[in-house]
Design a protein around this ligand. Structure first.
Ligand SMILES: Cc1cc2nc3c(=O)[nH]c(=O)nc-3n(C[C@H](O)[C@H](O)[C@H](O)COP(=O)(O)OP(=O)(O)OC[C@H]3O[C@@H](n4cnc5c(N)ncnc54)[C@H](O)[C@@H]3O)c2cc1C
Length: 395
């Protein structure tokens, strides 16, 4: 039997780590706290050559990966085109990547409804502790349990996510529901709207069941919107008055918060995007937080993906970064002592993650750059840089 690994978290970072380690001969068990197979509400994911190479490296079948877009287009407040650049890229969805990786992991090694609360370790073994009182022992524990990671909470309690001052609203509209003018002018491209103080990006993704046929796809709407800490507190409070910590499950977002968002959208956004929003399924928001762990390993325990470092979504690197972590983890452990291999993994991936983390913060800062009047998205001095460096590989 090969060496044994336990993965905390069965989202994309956890599955990538699992398939990379399995390929290197490890016996891997994934423990996901959610009790049902995960679904990402169709959230869009931009692919890069690095991500496609990583998927191929772990033996994934990437046929029908997503929708091919050919150009990036910036719009102004009136809905006119400000800039167009050729920029071929495949855009896919969280569900598609998850599905591709999930099928590489046998069900008997994939455990739903198991929450890891902490761990103990000796020189030779590590034991994961579960909320249900259970425990499991292995040679390696990987914390791929997201930006609120319990594994990181034990390893590095001083590392806490810091709120950035803005949230991202996301929504999906069915291609078939959109007016013809939007289907022809806005839908096919990777779109931007970049005035001072807010930003939209949007692009087509597959429809339900990875349907890539024209007319059956969906538009992925992503809107960065400022929200001061007090406003965020209100946004995180559900209809029963319960205040949620850090993020709120989408179904619990209050109707009056959705109403306020719609009013702001009507006032601030170009008409085509307001219409896309109006044709969308229930929108939801995610507050944008930062954190970057100074180390990604301690003894036999490693961190990967968002548990180790969040790169704000502007770089579209979260999945790619998690994939790079997974491949580096398997490579550094190949034939190596676990503790030494993890130390080398951490030394490589902390600075690499930092590049994506800092670049993403820069792109976030550009949204609020008011050095030049730009109320309508026509005069953004960094428009070309934003269009060329959003959602590309860095680090
Ligand atoms: C608006 C937006 C757009 C994005 N766009 C892109 C993009 O275009 N390209 C891209 O690459 N990335 C993008 N990302 C980022 C990407 O979604 C994440 O970075 C990526 O999914 C990282 O996943 P992860 O597995 O590390 O963490 P997560 O996806 O957060 O998963 C953590 C998992 O661990 C589970 N878990 C948590 N705690 C425990 C525990 N104690 N025990 C067991 N299980 C636990 C959770 O239930 C969850 O399933 C975007 C993010 C946002 C918000």
């Amino acid at each position: 039997m090969g060496r044994q690994a336990i993965i905390a978290g069965g989202s994309i970072g956890g599955l990538f780590a699992a398939v990379a380690l399995r390929q290197a001969g490890w016996q891997v068990d994934v423990y996901e706290r959610t009790g049902v197979e995960l679904a990402g509400r169709g959230a869009g994911i931009v692919t890069h050559k690095t991500l496609i190479d990583a998927l191929l490296a772990v033996g994934a079948d990437i046929s029908d990966l997503g929708v091919q877009v050919c150009e990036r287009v910036a719009f102004d407040k009136a809905g006119g085109r400000v800039a167009t650049i050729p920029f071929p890229q495949v855009v896919t969805s969280w569900d598609r990547i998850h599905q591709i990786l999930r099928r590489l992991i046998p069900d008997r090694h994939h455990h739903l409804g198991r929450q890891i609360t902490g761990y103990t370790q000796t020189a030779d073994r590590v034991t994961a502790l579960f909320e249900d009182g259970g425990a499991a022992e292995a040679d390696l524990l990987v914390g791929a349990d997201g930006f609120r990671s319990a594994v990181r909470g034990q390893m590095l309690p001083q590392v806490q996510p810091v709120y950035s001052g803005y949230v991202v609203w996301r929504a999906l509209a069915q291609e078939a529901d959109l007016p013809e003018a939007i289907r022809s002018d806005v839908f096919p491209a990777f779109g931007f709207y970049a005035p001072v103080g807010t930003q939209i990006i949007g692009y087509p993704i597959a429809g339900t069941g990875n349907d890539l046929r024209p007319g059956h796809r969906r538009y992925n709407f992503v809107w960065y919107s400022p929200a001061k800490a007090e406003k965020l507190t209100d946004m995180l409070t559900d209809g029963s008055g319960k205040q949620h910590y850090i993020s709120i499950p989408p179904p619990l977002i209050r109707d009056d918060i959705l109403g306020q968002m719609q009013t702001e959208a009507d006032a601030m956004l170009p008409a085509p995007f307001v219409q896309i929003l109006a044709h969308s399924e229930r929108p939801f928001f995610t507050p944008i937080y930062d954190h970057h762990a100074p180390v990604m390993a301690a003894g036999r325990v490693a961190l990967s993906g968002d548990a180790a470092c969040v790169a704000r979504p502007h770089v579209g690197m979260g999945v790619t970064k998690a994939a790079c972590d997974a491949l580096a983890l398997a490579r550094h452990l190949d034939g190596a002592d676990v503790v030494q291999g993890l130390a080398a993994y951490s030394a490589e991936r902390v600075p690499a993650s930092g590049v994506a983390h800092h670049r993403a913060r820069d792109l976030g800062r550009f949204i609020f750059d008011d050095s030049v009047p730009n109320p309508d998205g026509r005069s953004n001095p960094r428009l070309d840089e934003i269009m060329r460096t959003t959602a590309i590989t860095v680090g």
